[in-house]
Design a protein around this ligand. Structure first.
Ligand code: XMP
Length: 511
């Protein structure tokens, strides 16, 4: 971790992770903690600054999240955003009222007083607002520094006490100078030096891993996904052949993917690489099974059986490593603040497997930081920027019973589709794209012959978070080339359809 850090105190807003990511992009380490974190803990951490986040509540709601006003007397600079700004006003005896007219969207603000927070920000600019309450009277000792047509106090501050508050959201890109304002808070107000840079992270983490692991062994479950791949590369740099990566190939990966993962890690990094090929055993377990949930359950259960058996063999004391990343560990400021999100990266180990401890070398990083580290460590671009791939693999893209023949058809079709998308230059625009093999045969004609063969569906979506998604408007000529190649090159495919369903009501995957 860096020497200096900033706290993002979470009051339940939707942009909290974004605030932390923006701060880190400005080279200052930020961590998110729920509003239930004690003042003692905050005091003990030596933060250079504290940011109060937004939140959906009104400060006057009985159930709304509050904090002791002592936090404003620690001498640590504070920036309140949206709800956080109203909370500062409320805590210090200012007034908060309901807006006559809620402000939502892009709003013009005017700066009305010089402020360190607004250094190099023009007098008039656009910011992103989303609020129904507003600060109707700033607390004593505060001056208003910005206003909008409907918001007499769009920003206020007590420079002497280093307390700043903005009604708008500087972290959102729609706020034209928002990043500049955050930068000003970090560097002009908090006096940060900016020591969160990925090269330093790699050096520091490698030396910490060396110290912790000593001469012992480390076992890591490698899926071929971004997180576990980057964790493997970091551990390899730290302890080389003391690292064993266990890679379970259940036969449901994309075409040649298992070989690609093996080749990448055995040729580029020092480590022991253990590949378990268990595709045939999986197919035996899946024989005759058509129900989607049952298929998922069998694939999941079998995977972990094979995985833990291998880990058990390799354990030999030492450490167990996994690719947990920061968002998997953040405690939320919403609802029960004590619950930590569970996630597939953090899996429960059977009790009989004994390790000296668990190592999560990426536990402090956001996904974009993991990717930066991966690139710096020399992991191939296509692995670092790999699109999401579901745990059950092609198993959720083959409808009905899964057979060896169907896996082969789908792998070939998916490879053709991906190749065409890559060539078309559309790849960067798409969040995820793949082929699906519905259990459907249709009549076709090839030469003079009637065919009765498989239908391939192709799916491509755009999305920010995969909670909702839109089907991608791939140009017709690209679709035409894909269709042409699929029916000509992939045996047993005689028809192609394009999935034009958004999520909701559809899901991204078909099962
Ligand atoms: P759905 O189909 O739910 O998918 O709209 C949303 C995103 O999640 C991926 N996905 C999975 N990822 N294990 C995973 O690790 C799974 O079982 C799984 N199922 C779906 C899917 O590919 C999409 O990116």
């Amino acid at each position: 971790m860096a020497n200096e850090k900033v706290l993002v105190l979470d009051f339940g807003g939707q942009y909290n992770q974004l605030i932390a990511r923006r701060v880190r992009d400005l080279s200052v380490y930020a961590e998110i903690k729920p509003y239930s974190t004690s003042l003692e803990e905050i005091r003990s951490q030596g933060y250079k600054g504290i940011i109060f986040t937004g939140g959906p509540n009104s400060v006057y709601d009985e159930s709304s999240p509050h904090y002791t006003s002592e936090i404003l007397s620690l001498g640590v600079p504070v920036l309140g955003i949206c709800y956080g700004s109203q909370l500062i006003s409320y805590m210090l005896g200012g007034e908060v009222s309901a807006c006559e007219k809620s402000e939502y969207g892009k709003i013009n603000v005017r700066l009305v007083k010089e402020s360190k927070l607004f250094k190099d920000v023009p007098k008039k600019s656009v910011v992103w607002m989303s609020h129904t309450d507003y600060i109707s009277k700033a607390p004593d000792g505060f001056s208003v520094t910005a206003e909008s047509d409907d918001c007499p106090c769009a920003a206020m501050e007590n420079e002497q006490k280093k307390i700043y508050a903005v009604q708008f959201h500087p972290e959102v890109t729609h706020s034209e100078y928002g990043i500049k304002m955050l930068q000003n808070f970090l560097y002009e107000v908090c006096g940060c030096s900016g020591d969160w840079v990925m090269d330093d992270f790699i050096d520091r983490t490698v030396s910490k891993l060396k110290e912790k692991i000593g001469g012992k062994r480390v076992v890591l479950g490698l899926s071929g996904g971004v997180d576990s791949s980057v964790a493997a590369a970091l551990l390899s740099r730290a302890v080389g052949n003391q690292l064993t990566c266990v890679f379970v190939d259940q036969g449901l990966m994309r075409k040649d993917e298992g070989d690609f993962v093996e080749k990448t890690f055995t040729s580029l990094f020092d480590m022991r690489f253990v590949r378990v090929n268990c595709g045939d055993e999986f197919l035996v377990k899946l024989k005759g099974v058509t129900d989607p949930e049952q298929k998922r359950k069998i694939i999941g259960t079998e995977f972990y059986n094979v995985f833990w058996n291998k880990i058990r063999e390799e354990a030999d004391g030492g450490f167990f490593a996994q690719g947990t990343i920061y968002p998997d560990r953040i405690e939320s400021g919403k609802g029960d603040a004590a619950t930590i999100k569970t996630h597939h990266n953090q899996v429960k180990m059977p009790d009989d497997i004994k390790f000296e401890g668990v190592i999560e070398p990426l536990g402090d990083l956001f996904k974009d930081e993991v990717r930066k580290v991966g690139e710096k460590l020399g992991i191939p671009h296509e692995l670092v920027w790999r699109q999401p791939f579901p745990g059950p693999g092609l198993g959720v893209r083959i409808l009905g019973e899964i057979t060896k023949e169907k896996i082969k058809i789908l792998q070939e079709a998916d490879a053709v589709f991906r190749d065409e998308i890559k060539k078309s230059g559309e790849e960067g625009r798409l969040s995820q794209f793949f082929a699906v093999l519905p259990d459907v045969r249709t009549v076709g004609v090839m030469g003079d012959h009637r065919t009765y063969d498989h239908l391939i569906a192709i799916r491509a979506v755009t999305t920010d978070d995969f909670m909702t998604a839109d089907w991608a408007r791939i140009p017709y000529d690209v679709l035409a080339r894909v269709s042409n190649r699929l029916t000509n090159e992939v045996e047993h495919v005689n028809r192609v359809v394009y999935d034009i369903t958004s999520k909701p009501p559809g899901t991204v995957e078909w099962e």
